[in-house]
Design a protein around this ligand. Structure first.
Ligand code: ATP
Ligand code: MG
Length: 353
């Protein structure tokens, strides 16, 4: 089996952590019958410097002719002064849009061995294993917006708008996902106030009828924000819209202890895009200090969702867990006693068999 992977290293620590991901994938080739072909392309600041465009045509073509995409991170001070349409982050939005990835999955787990790194009290974080399923292509970030003068007063608005089709497809993702997990979906919304949320409830309930083996419950977003820090183990799959998902997934990421641990997948009908949730971390770039585990775990998600290689995905996840259990740490987890980016990757690879 041959799989083509578009590799967009991007900026800052992007190249370092992506190289670690590739080394892990190379090791997977050795233990299974898959062959990976890597096609490198530029995105973000790296692409601006070379093409004067954060998401050049060539990159789009390489992505679209691949089976999956591995991305590092984009952005940095160097490009801060650039006008908004040409900024590195804009490249990322255009990439997601062009791939039509409407489902953003962010798993959040608290490893037993890292309980001390979580800001939450130990009694709150027993058995935390959550995945947030965030709608990525609709809602207020893509709605009508304007700034105008109304009765002499400067006024601005942003429109939250969803249709049944958009809600149904993301709901299906969440239910399918929950079947691979603990079979519970929590729809997070603000249905006591918003019409769009009422439509979400209506459509999600309809979809739920086809998944009678999955438990569905509803929670207002303000309550969900509280429960995430008080009782995070009560969640399995959180299904939510674009803006609530954006906010809650950052909140969820913090309870795990470090941003350097958390992977993500953005999925649609066709291609999957895999990237760590952290940014380009210019403060530590090029110093062999970055935590590559989020990227390595993003590669595991790629194997699981794009290539249906569940066994190999679990092998990578287990190897990462073992490395942490055995006490190996990166700089973000223990600034006194740590391994470098490359060295911890070597430890992970040693445990892939
Ligand atoms: P972006 O806007 O691209 O999301 P950001 O400004 O939100 O970027 P990050 O680049 O994610 O932030 O960095 C935030 C902090 O977390 C920085 O101090 C950075 O060094 C640290 N950090 C981020 N990723 C990692 C990592 N993989 N390993 C170690 N530290 C990290
Ligand atoms: Mg950020």
């Amino acid at each position: 089996m041959k799989k083509k992977i578009a590799v967009l290293k991007g900026d800052g620590i992007g190249p370092e952590v992506v190289d670690c991901g590739i080394e892990v994938l190379n090791k997977i080739e050795e233990i299974s019958n898959v062959e990976f072909e890597y096609n490198f392309a530029k995105v973000g600041g790296d692409a601006i410097d070379n093409y004067d465009d954060p998401f050049p045509r060539e990159t789009e073509e390489i992505c679209k002719s691949s089976d999956a995409i591995l991305l590092g991170a984009v952005g940095g001070k160097k490009w801060d002064e650039i006008e908004s349409e040409k900024r590195p982050e804009k490249g990322l939005l255009r990439l997601r849009k062009s791939l039509e990835v409407y489902a953003n999955l962010r798993p959040c787990k608290i490893y037993d061995s890292l309980k001390d790194n979580s800001p939450l009290k130990p009694e709150y974080i027993k058995d935390v294993d959550i995945v947030i399923v965030r709608e990525l292509m609709g809602g207020i970030y893509f709605g009508k917006r304007d700034t105008l003068i109304e009765n002499g007063i400067k006024t601005a608005y942003d429109e939250e708008r969803y249709n049944e089709v958009e809600i149904e497809r993301i709901a299906r993702y969440a239910f399918e996902m929950s079947r691979l997990r603990r079979k519970k979906v929590t729809l997070v919304d603000k249905a006591n106030v918003l019409d769009s949320s009422k439509l979400w409830r209506e459509v999600v309930q309809k979809v739920a009828a086809e998944y009678s083996d999955v438990e569905l419950d509803f929670m207002y977003v303000d309550n969900a924000a509280m429960q995430l820090v008080r009782n995070p183990s009560s969640f399995d799959c959180i299904l939510t819209n674009n803006i609530f998902g954006d906010i809650l997934s950052d909140e969820a990421s913090q309870i795990s202890g470090s941003i350097g641990l958390l992977p993500s997948a953005s999925l649609g009908e066709k291609l999957g895009l895999y990237e760590p949730i952290h940014g380009s971390a210019p403060d530590i770039a090029g110093k062999n200090l970055a935590n590559p585990l989020a990227t390595i775990l993003s590669c595991a998600m790629m194997l699981r969702y794009s290539f249906k290689m569940e066994r190999e995905a679990l092998i990578i996840e287990r190897a990462v867990e073992e490395v942490l259990e055995e006490g190996f740490r990166t700089f973000d987890l223990d600034s006194e006693n740590y391994l470098g980016t490359k060295e911890i990757t070597r430890e992970v690879i040693k445990r892939i068999k």
